[in-house]
Design a protein around this ligand. Sequence first.
Ligand code: RB5
Length: 143
Amino acid sequence: MRIAIGSDHVGLELKLTIIDYLKELGYDVQDFGAYSSERTDYPVYGVKVAEEVVKGNFDCGIIMCGTGVGISIAANKVKGIRAVVCSEPYSAKLSKEHNDTNILAFGSRVVGSELAKMIVREWLSVEFEGGRHQKRVDMLDNI
Ligand code: RB5
């Protein structure tokens, strides 16, 4: 599975931890920036990762900023993206099973690295259930 990953400067440190973690788990990860702690703007990275996912270059994306809010809003502006911002694993799991989320976001100022790993692992370990949820996801995609 190929994963596109991105963050702003606030999410950088946690992103590097998550990249190492994903590589340990055997995922193919590509970092779309930011590459330094110099102040930058979260929409740039939310959109970069989102575009890679909708183009089909990556199976899914993981993005971080201080809260995960701004970067997930940016990603959700890209047609075909269903990004969720989570601070616990239950919502991450259900967001995949019911909403077919293709981008996971979280906040480096909200979750610690161990909780972030747990959220990521949960999100990656489940599949969209389809069935009654498909119609609702289609409705989302048609908005
Ligand atoms: C940057 O200071 C901060 O606003 C950003 O990382 C994020 O939390 C926005 O939603």
